[in-house]
Design a protein around this ligand. Structure first.
Ligand code: PFF
Length: 454
């Protein structure tokens, strides 16, 4: 079969480690450090965290394996990969629609992701100039508010971040993507350790841990179960083809099961550490855990303002956060760029520029959501909230569901066994998760959220 001999026209990772770094770079991002703490705060803590962890284990890991597997077998952009695999397996060509939906989701996510990354970028300079020295909770709050209420400043930072993303994407798989992640991930991890150590000195560490880890199921609603599941997809970069396209650059002999578990483990660890750093500071300063998207920007600066070497550590932290966002944003756009190169015979540079401009324009909607348009709401949500809801809670889980169905039911066992080459027990477990557990769980959460079980 042709798929045995497929190679990617875009190149290949230099090895297993390169793939792990790149996929972890994609997974670890604003989702772990910015989004996980604030949605945990909004959804009441422990019970939400437990549902999220469960989703990672029984839905996230098997679907990640499926997505990497499809990518490596198809070796093209998600649209063309799905078209080729559907042809290989004798399935309808309409499966390429999965790739299309993913491409649209990536575009929509990046449009707001870049704006938030812009906040982090602007905080590098705020931390570096000593603006947080001795700051109180109120002081830090007003620094944040004055930033987000100024559309021009937000637009400027959003622009800088988009340009930076497009530069790396334009340089291609090995030159751009791989080099960007090699040193940054370990450094980010190290600085999070420093922040958790600081959180231990606040006197509220156990309160923070309690909030994160002792589940109170009365605080959880149907909506928050959907948010927890959606976040499992978002944080692992699943359901939209980012991991599929990275899988398409994966050497044939690498174990998909092991690498997926390593990536899921690293991603989860970073999120939990961010939570352990942030919530003690929230409680020690009498702040509101449900403060929303500004949470880390209103809490961590207090810590930087109080600790020794806070200017250095604060600056470094925001630099690393920007890098974490950067390595994720690259993967959000890679499926579209790969497709333009394949189907429109564009070179990477042109493809990157065009996609960058379109995403930048879309991002203006998010810039305005925090100021000029903050009063305009649809279903009670701002433009930014709507984009986030539509992508993380609907498009990614739906994409994941379809990936699971294709990999578990429609692909012949010979193909998936050949690609996964795990032990027979491992294969059976994966098959059960991807055929039954993950799709059923996603369906139940969807139905539950629209109130079917009420
Ligand atoms: N996983 C990234 C994060 O947690 O910040 C966000 C993301 C990247 C989502 C790539 C989806 C994606 F395809």
């Amino acid at each position: 079969m042709a798929s045995e001999h497929r190679t990617s026209i875009h190149g290949q990772w230099s090895g297993r480690m390169a793939f792990i770094l790149a996929a972890t770079g994609s997974a670890v991002g604003l989702g772990n450090i910015w989004k996980f703490p604030y949605i945990t705060g909004e959804n009441g803590g422990g019970a939400f965290v437990l549902v999220y962890l469960l989703c990672i284990a029984v839905i996230g890991v098997p679907i990640m394996m499926a997505e990497v597997m499809l990518g490596r077998r198809g070796r093209q952009s998600p649209i063309n990969t799905m078209a080729s695999l559907a042809a290989d397996e004798g399935r309808p060509a309409a499966w390429s629609a999965l790739g299309w939906m993913g491409m649209v989701a990536g575009f929509l996510i990046l449009s707001y992701y870049s704006v938030i990354a812009g906040w982090a970028l602007s905080y590098v300079f705020r931390a570096g100039s000593g603006m947080f020295e001795g700051a109180t909770a109120d002081g830090v709050n007003s620094i944040f508010t004055s930033l987000v209420s100024d559309p021009e400043r937000l637009l400027a930072w959003h622009t800088i971040f988009m340009v930076a993303t497009m530069i790396v994407v334009a340089r291609g798989v090995q030159n751009g993507l791989e080099k960007a992640v090699r040193f940054l991930m370990p450094m980010l991890f190290f600085i999070l350790v420093v922040l958790v150590l600081y959180a231990m000195t606040t006197g509220y560490f156990s309160v923070g841990l309690n909030f994160l880890f002792s589940p109170d199921f009365s605080k959880i609603t149907q909506g928050s179960v959907l948010v927890a599941m959606g976040h499992a997809f978002f944080t692992m970069s699943l359901g939209m083809g980012a991991i599929m396209v990275y899988g398409s650059y994966l050497p044939k002999d690498t174990s998909i099961a092991k690498t997926s578990m390593i990536i899921a483990g690293a991603d989860t660890l970073v999120a939990l550490m961010a939570g352990m750093a942030i919530f003690p500071i929230v409680f020690a300063n009498g702040l509101e855990p449900g403060a929303g998207p500004g949470l880390i920007f209103k809490t961590l600066p207090i810590a930087f303002g109080q600790m020794d070497a806070g200017i250095l550590i604060g600056t470094l932290f925001f630099i690393l956060l920007v890098f974490a966002a950067w390595t994720s944003s690259i993967s959000l756009i890679e499926p579209v760029v790969a497709w333009l190169v394949e189907n429109r015979s564009m070179n990477r540079l042109y493809a990157s520029v065009w996609v960058g401009i379109a995403t930048w324009l879309m991002g203006i909607g998010t810039v305005l959501s925090f100021n000029v348009w903050s009063g305009h709401k649809l279903f009670g949500m701002t433009f930014f909230d709507l984009l986030d809801y539509l992508t993380a809670n609907i498009m990614l889980p739906l994409g994941g569901l379809l990936i699971a169905v294709f990999a578990g039911w429609l692909m012949h066992e010979n193909s998936s066994k050949d690609e996964l080459h795990t032990t027979p027990r491992g294969y059976n477990l994966w098959q059960m998760l991807v055929r039954v557990v993950a799709p059923v769980a996603v369906m139940i959460v969807f139905l539950n959220a629209i109130g079917v079980f009420k």
